[in-house]
Every structure is written in C-alpha cells, then in structure tokens.
Design a protein around this ligand. Structure first.
Ligand SMILES: [Zn+2]
Ligand SMILES: [Zn+2]
Length: 326
C-alpha cells in the first residue's frame, strides 16, 4: 500500500499542474478520478483503479464522456494500456493522465469521431477520406465515373459550435457545377450553426448542430449523381462521359446548366425550351415542374410571349419570301 499512497500523494500535488485542463475529483486508494476538459465538447473523465499487484501489472483505466464517442474512448483506452505496459514496475497514473490530455490536444478531430464513422459508411471503395489531425482537417476525395471532386473540410477548435469550412481542392466537373457544390455545402454547414432569420412558430430554441456529417452526406449524394444526370430537355446524359470534353464556354450549346430546382439542362436545350410556348406562369422544369429561375433568363412570361410572337412573324415572313421564290 505504501507505493500506492506515495503515488496518490504525488497525484494530489502535481496533477492539475502537469496535466493541462485537468481537475482531480477523487483521489483515494480505491479510485482516482480525473476530469480533463479541453472544450465543452472535448472533455472526459478518467477513472483509475489499482490492481492487487500494482505496479507489477498495468493500472485499470475507464474513460467516460458525454460528448466523445464510445468508439474513440475504447481506442484511447487501448493506447493507454500499451503506454502503461511500458511503465510496469513504476508509477503509471500521472503519466497516463498526461498521455490522455496530450491525445486530445493532438487529435482535434476526436470531437467528431462518431460523425466520421457514420460518414465513412456513405463512401464507396473508390472514395477516400483522410484525417489530418495536425491541421484539424478532413480530406475528402469523391469519384463518380471519370469525374472527381476533392475538398478539405476544416474542423474549428470550438466545433460543433462553429461550422466546418469547405475548401474545394480539385475537380474535373465544369467550374459552374463545382462552385455550386462547394457553395451549397457551405450553406448547409452555415444552417447547422446559425439560427434561421425567421424561425418557424413554436420552434424550440435554436441549438447549433454538428455540420460535418450533413456536409459530406450532401456532397456525396449530389456529386455522385451529376455524371449520370440527364438534360431534362433532350433526355440525354448532360455531362460528357470523358471529363476532357467538358464545355466551359457558357454560351455553347453543350455547356451544362443547373437550374433552380437542381436539374440539369444543356445551354442550347434550355435556350430552345425557354423560347418555346407555353409561357403562362413562367417556364417550368420539364421534370419536376418547378419554375425555372436562371440568371440568364430574367424574362417575364409576357416578354417571352412577345418575343415568341415576333419570331413566329419573322419566320412567316421568311416563309412567304421562300414561297415567293419558288
Ligand atoms: Zn440537352
Ligand atoms: Zn427540375
């Protein structure tokens, strides 16, 4: 018991000085409980118990946390056991508490470990998700056919109170679709942490939500469908099979446009469709029936109707000329 009492005295004296973010809650031979807090969401309690033949065997450790995932805690306990084995015959407790504290500092992504394991389920074999703990970044690489989209998701220190930042790294999608994906992903992240301007009536008070999983779920779903999505006018696959054939010229017939509802159209197909009646109530997406809003077509139904009539008149005139020539 002498050795254990000496170690407990050392723990009482030193713990809160040498283990950053720690608070010694219980320190008796039956149990030592140390709480380690880095942020509201990165905190845990380490409960140590001395086995009968301590320190000739490893100290028993249990980690508890309301915010960190069970899987992460189980993994961390395993690392601690390996660390304790190196200390057999010596005092182990403070060294392990320091190890746990350092682990939380060096692995900022530990605060989203539960989200990360769910996110991995969404990915296919050809996709890649890498954790860059040093820079608190999740590197995501998605593949669909020959198309790729790569982004870095930066997880801030006060996550999930603050949202992840989406940084697009590389893609062979047309630039407009790529910008849309990244912009939309950022918007989804923003809505996780910022209350709506006009909250619904009787809505409970707004609580920030973790944004990593919704962002990845959106990127996977929307990116994956782009390469096979049809142009809703000609009903052919909108993007070319080979990304090398992507048309970046916004005025070219085969340039792919994404309209308000999210459906794709070839620019040429869209122009043709927008100029063809009926115009009543505005032109609607041929697939889902939602109104087509597009910055290139800020045209009222009346104006479209007038233009259509004008064009028809011109064609009639041309027809008359041709008739005359025959
Ligand atoms: Zn088309
Ligand atoms: Zn649509």
């Amino acid at each position: 018991m002498g050795l254990i009492n000496d170690e407990l005295a050392e723990v009482r004296k030193m713990c809160e000085h040498v283990v950053p973010g720690s608070k010694l809650v219980t320190c008796v031979p039956a149990m030592v409980r140390i709480e380690i807090r880095k942020t509201d969401f990165k905190q845990l309690a380490a409960c140590f118990q001395f086995p009968a033949d301590y320190p000739r065997s490893v100290i028993l450790l249990e980690l508890k946390s309301k915010t960190l995932s069970d899987k992460l805690l189980a993994g961390l306990v395993k690392l601690c056991e390996a660390e304790a084995k190196k200390l057999i015959g010596k005092p182990q407790l403070l060294a392990l508490a320091k190890f746990v504290s350092r682990f939380l500092d060096e692995n900022p992504l530990s605060c989203c470990s539960a989200e990360l394991s769910r996110v991995r389920q969404l990915l296919a074999d050809s996709d890649e998700l890498k954790l860059k703990q040093k820079v608190s970044t999740v590197s995501l690489s998605l593949r669909s056919g020959e198309y790729q989209y790569r982004a870095h998701l930066l997880v801030p220190g006060d996550y999930p109170l603050q949202r992840v930042t989406v940084e697009e790294r590389w893609s062979n999608l047309p630039a407009t679709l790529c910008r849309w994906l990244t912009g939309q992903a950022t918007e989804i992240a923003r809505r996780c942490v910022e209350p709506p301007l006009r909250p619904p009536r009787n809505a409970p008070p707004f609580q920030p939500q973790p944004s990593l999983e919704p962002v990845v779920a959106f990127l996977v779903e929307d990116f994956k469908r782009f390469p096979t999505d049809l142009c809703q006018h000609c009903k052919k696959v909108a993007l070319p099979a080979d990304p090398a054939d992507v048309v970046e010229d916004g005025g070219a017939d085969l340039h792919v446009e994404r309209v308000y509802c999210g459906h794709l159209y070839h620019f040429g197909c869209l122009v043709q469709y927008m100029k063809t009646p009926p115009f009543d109530g505005g032109k609607k997406c041929e697939l889902c029936g939602k109104r087509i809003f597009h910055e290139k077509y800020k045209v009222s139904p009346q104006l479209a109707e007038a233009r259509w009539a004008q064009e028809q008149a011109r064609e009639r005139e041309l027809g008359e000329v041709i008739d005359f020539l025959q």
